[in-house]
Design a protein around this ligand. Structure first.
Ligand SMILES: C[S@@+](CC[C@H](N)C(=O)[O-])C[C@H]1O[C@@H](n2cnc3c(N)ncnc32)[C@H](O)[C@@H]1O
Length: 336
């Protein structure tokens, strides 16, 4: 098999050139040869114009797992497009994969598990996801492979988040939103975080900004994990986080006002008025809205502000699909 021989110090640059020419063989491993490196290629003719020394050598294939980049590439010939559409929407939380498997293909669970393990060889647990339940928004899970646990430590945005999926809500897909909000915050801000959960928003904001965050959460297990998470990240936090265990609708009215209020509102709860009342400048209010009702939602925010004697600018951002035509949105509200 062909490979090019280059000085070790030139290997990275040569690899780039070969990749650009479309002849780098990613399925095989490069090999050290004294002061040189042998880089695997797929085509010895095409390399001739590039001026590399070509040798013929058997380079080892990479383990299969390193070749597969995603689940679809493994399952695309075995499942229909619609089935793949479902399967590709899985989440990885720490070393746990969470997947939804439609009933029609439940009997093919093993194939799906094997494919997930090829893409993510570090997984220790694979669980099927059910629906969110109750006010704490905890999901039902069935473990289908691996260790019998739903606790793990998830890393995102430079923080570590201890999670117990059997007791608390956690959504790794909000990673981008958490980073976005952290970038909007200025050092020194006083922030109220309602429905704070295990503190993913608070931790990411405090990681980047010297803000003073007050977090309110009802679920005792989430509060306990949240406090553990503060401890886990304390060396890396610029900001401070105070946690209040209690009902937002009892605890928040007793607090003063804040520069910014963030409400990752649970489905079916309306805390808009409270969030607007408690902010002096910014509100980020999450809700689930049908695409036809987005303008109506915006008008409602403006009118609630006016009832409080405030004017505002409102921008509504679609954050994720919730179900057909219904989006999770974030209203970024600037109080004037
Ligand atoms: C959608 S989750 C968001 C959690 C967290 N902010 C996150 O993004 O992971 C909503 C959270 O609100 C909490 N919750 C529900 N009703 C509450 C209430 N009345 N007062 C305080 N927390 C509440 C739930 O326990 C849950 O942790």
């Amino acid at each position: 098999m062909p490979a090019v021989k280059v000085k070790k110090s030139e290997a990275e640059q040569a690899k780039k050139v070969l990749k650009r020419a479309g002849i780098y063989d990613g399925k095989r491993r490069p090999k050290r040869d004294g002061e040189d490196i042998l880089l695997p290629i797929t085509d010895s003719k095409k390399v001739q114009n590039l001026g590399f020394e070509v040798v013929d050598i058997e380079l080892p294939l990479r383990p299969e797992r390193q070749i597969y980049k995603n689940l679809e590439s493994i399952l695309k010939d075995k499942f229909t497009k619609e089935e793949l559409e479902f399967l590709r929407r899985y989440d990885v939380i720490g070393d746990i994969a969470i997947i939804q498997i439609p009933p029609e293909i439940e009997h093919r669970e093993k194939e799906i598990v094997d494919a997930l393990l090829k893409v993510h060889p570090f997984l220790k647990v694979i669980a099927k996801k059910g629906f969110h339940k109750g006010v704490f928004r905890v999901r039902d899970y069935t473990i289908i492979w691996g260790e019998n646990r739903l606790t793990t430590v998830h890393k995102e945005n430079g923080v570590e988040i201890k999670v117990d999926l059997s007791k608390v809500f956690f959504n790794p897909r909000m990673k981008g939103e958490r980073y976005r909000l952290a970038q909007l915050v200025k050092d020194g801000e006083r922030i109220l975080l309602m429905f704070a959960g295990i503190l993913p928003y608070a931790l990411v904001i405090a990681r980047y900004k010297a803000a003073e965050i007050t977090a309110v959460e009802l679920n005792k297990d989430a509060v306990r994990l949240g406090l553990e998470n503060i401890e886990l990240n304390k060396k890396n936090l610029k900001g401070s986080i105070r946690v209040i265990q209690g009902d937002v609708f009892d605890a928040v009215p007793k607090l003063g006002t804040f520069d910014r209020v963030i409400s990752p509102t649970p489905k079916g709860v309306d805390a808009l008025r409270l969030a607007l009342e408690k902010s002096e400048k910014w509100v980020h209010y999450y809700d689930f809205v049908h695409e036809d009702k987005i303008e109506e939602f915006k008008r409602r925010i403006i009118s609630e502000c006016r009832e409080l004697g405030k004017e505002c600018n409102v921008k509504i951002k679609k954050v994720s699909d919730f179900k057909p035509h219904v989006f999770k949105v974030c209203a970024d509200i600037e109080l004037l």
